[in-house]
Write a protein that binds this ligand. Structure first.
Ligand code: ZN
Length: 407
């Protein structure tokens, strides 16, 4: 039981009556086979039509391999009557028509401009792409093909559906002649420009495509992937980009033509500012280290620096940098703490200084009610839950007492 494919003859009918010939019940749902249908099934790079059969949503339309029957998949339940009325979602259908006819035009334009064949076509809700043989395509060909394609749109050439036998097709300027069902081919002819064997739904004159715009290029293996959009999608794309450009010109207080220069300049300024901040941070930390060293306690030859910061004054990264700066040289032990939401201790000593930091940190962390931390003889760190400055100072003081005992 096969389905008469009415969309082959007419892409504009959106409401039709038909009869249910068969119901298919599979795990994915129920499908009905109709005696005739305008619903386009996913094939040839073009997705299926959506719509309703007796007000029941059609969620997918597929072709049954074995006999070419068209399966209209419905959400759940069943359609109880044999005679049905179906409606096709015109906005979606027309979008597919605009993109697909636009693809035929653009593909032929690439043949004319760069002698580049289209190897595949893909249409989805997000993007429309063709893959071209890349070797022949030069950068200037992209705009040339796009311009030629749009000229064909403006010329509003008739788009005709023709049927031909495989033999008849040999006489026509077809680039590729597919096998065809029962030796018959369905041809889409754009008057005086292109003729292609195709089963898709197309507009009846090129003007309906509206606009063809290449939006992105990419490499896929040895091929060139050309992403483009036609008609209403092109309008949507233009709107979105225009709004972005307008917002940028307002934010940057510059003209559209100067956006790139303006952003490049900003990026350079940010880079330079970061370099400056880094330089200033380095000298600031050095200054801080020098100050702390000057205030440090002396025991024998060792300078002991203790300091607890609040989390508005410092953070983990600052604490680590300061600790390593303090103990880079000489005979220094630094016992640093950070109070706040997450408290932290970092104990370090210079290579020449005495003391075992790992032994000092454990009891200090106990004071903070934390057991997570440790390290080596020269450097140990650990953290714990929220603790105020007073508490962290107690922990550091405990470590200092232990250290003085070790010296
Ligand atoms: Zn096609």
């Amino acid at each position: 039981m096969t389905t008469k494919r009415l969309y082959y003859e007419d892409a504009y009918t959106t409401r039709f009556k038909a009869r249910i010939l068969e119901r298919v019940r599979l795990e994915k749902g129920t499908a009905v086979v109709l005696d005739k249908s305008y619903f386009y099934p996913t094939s040839g790079g073009q997705p299926f039509d959506k719509g309703f059969i007796n007000d029941v949503p059609v969620l997918d339309v597929t072709v049954r391999e074995i006999d070419g029957a068209i399966l209209h998949w419905i959400s759940k339940g069943d359609i109880w009557s044999e005679d049905i009325v179906a409606d096709i979602d015109w906005a979606r259908r027309f979008d597919h028509m605009q993109q697909h006819t636009g693809q035929h035009i653009l593909s032929q334009a690439f043949i004319r401009v760069a002698n580049a064949e289209t190897l595949s076509f893909h249409l989805s809700e997000e993007t429309v792409t063709i893959d071209l043989e890349a070797t022949a395509v030069q950068p200037e060909h992209i705009e040339q093909a796009e311009f030629l394609a749009n000229q064909v749109v403006w010329q509003n050439r008739p788009v005709r559906i023709r049927a031909a036998s495989t033999e008849e097709a040999q006489e026509l300027p077809l680039r590729k002649i597919p096998a065809g069902r029962d030796g018959r081919l369905r041809l889409i002819e754009i008057e005086g420009f292109d003729i292609t064997a195709c089963g898709g739904t197309h507009v009846s004159a090129t003007g309906e495509v509206g606009l063809i715009k290449v939006v992105k290029l990419g490499r896929v293996g040895a091929n060139l992937r050309v992403e483009f959009c036609c008609g209403q999608r092109a309008l949507g794309d233009y709107r979105q980009k225009n709004s972005v450009v307008n917002r940028l010109t307002a934010v940057l207080t510059t003209g559209a033509g100067e956006i790139v220069d303006s952003v490049t300049k900003l990026q350079e300024e940010v880079k330079e500012a970061r370099r400056q901040i880094k330089r200033q941070q380095t000298s600031l930390i050095q200054l801080e280290a020098d100050n702390l060293l000057a205030q440090g306690k002396k025991k024998n030859a060792t300078t002991i620096v203790t300091r607890v910061f609040t989390d508005t004054e410092s953070d983990a990264s600052h604490l680590r940098t300061l600790a390593s700066r303090l103990t880079k040289e000489g005979d220094v032990v630094a016992l640093l703490g950070l109070a706040g939401e997450k408290c932290m201790l970092i104990f370090t000593r210079s290579a020449a200084a005495p003391g075992d930091m790992n032994q000092l940190i454990k009891p200090a962390l106990q004071t903070l009610g934390s057991a997570s931390g440790g390290g080596t003889v020269e450097m140990a760190q650990g953290g714990g839950p929220a603790a105020d400055a007073e508490r962290v100072e107690q922990a550091v003081a405990r470590a200092e007492r232990l250290l003085l005992g070790q010296l």
